[in-house]
Design a protein around this ligand. Sequence first.
Ligand SMILES: [Zn+2]
Ligand SMILES: [Zn+2]
Length: 250
Amino acid sequence: MNHGKLSTTNIIKVYNRLFIEQCYLCHAPSRKPLCSYCEAGFNRNSFACPLCKRPNQGTLSSICGQCQVSPPLYHNCLAPLRFEGLTQHLIHAIKFQQQAHYIRPLIQVLSETLIEHYDSVDNWPSQIIFVPSHPTRIKERGFCQTQLMVAELYKILLLQLKEKTPKHTNKSPIKKALHTQAQHTLSKKKRSENQQGVYQVTGEIEDHVALFDDVMTSGNTLETCVKLLKKAGAKQIDVWVIARTPEKNQ
Ligand SMILES: [Zn+2]
Ligand SMILES: [Zn+2]
């Protein structure tokens, strides 16, 4: 083995990592975690229901049928991306191939959306709470991806917002029970009760809370957590997700 060559290669690698900022996906020089080319590869959730951010097929942002019948209990929902294409690929790689480094570019996109939104309304939540994964999944994966995502988000927000940054703890006040009966074996009513029994809220809950999850599909999990957080004292809950699943995938 040529040790001289090996050490030079390693030095270049370390140098690149420390001093040259690169795109997380294609390694092209970039001052942001994603170069503009890779960022353009994300499917933005530009046309969606203004309340629940369910993606619309066309180019309208009108209130969806479901929200017209029963509006969500949360105050608003911020979901910059659609769960398809590159976003879906990266989230699957994080969840099923332990590729946690993909968290950074996804959270960068979410943080930009949050900063743009809250800069205009000037009403940041005072606490970020994440929906934890199932304990069995955490054991299999070796980490809870929503916990890592919120930690990354907190770091970015802290740099920008300083003392205005919502507080967060590494342990979510929301706990997921270890054993739950399979949903498909239950009636619709029991399913909803079962879903509520799956989660518990402990600890202090602020008046204005941001509830984070990586992906929102039907919205049932988030609605359940919103109900529990309201019972625990939250007055306004803003839902933050990286991506929302389009109707065809639900
Ligand atoms: Zn790139
Ligand atoms: Zn809606």
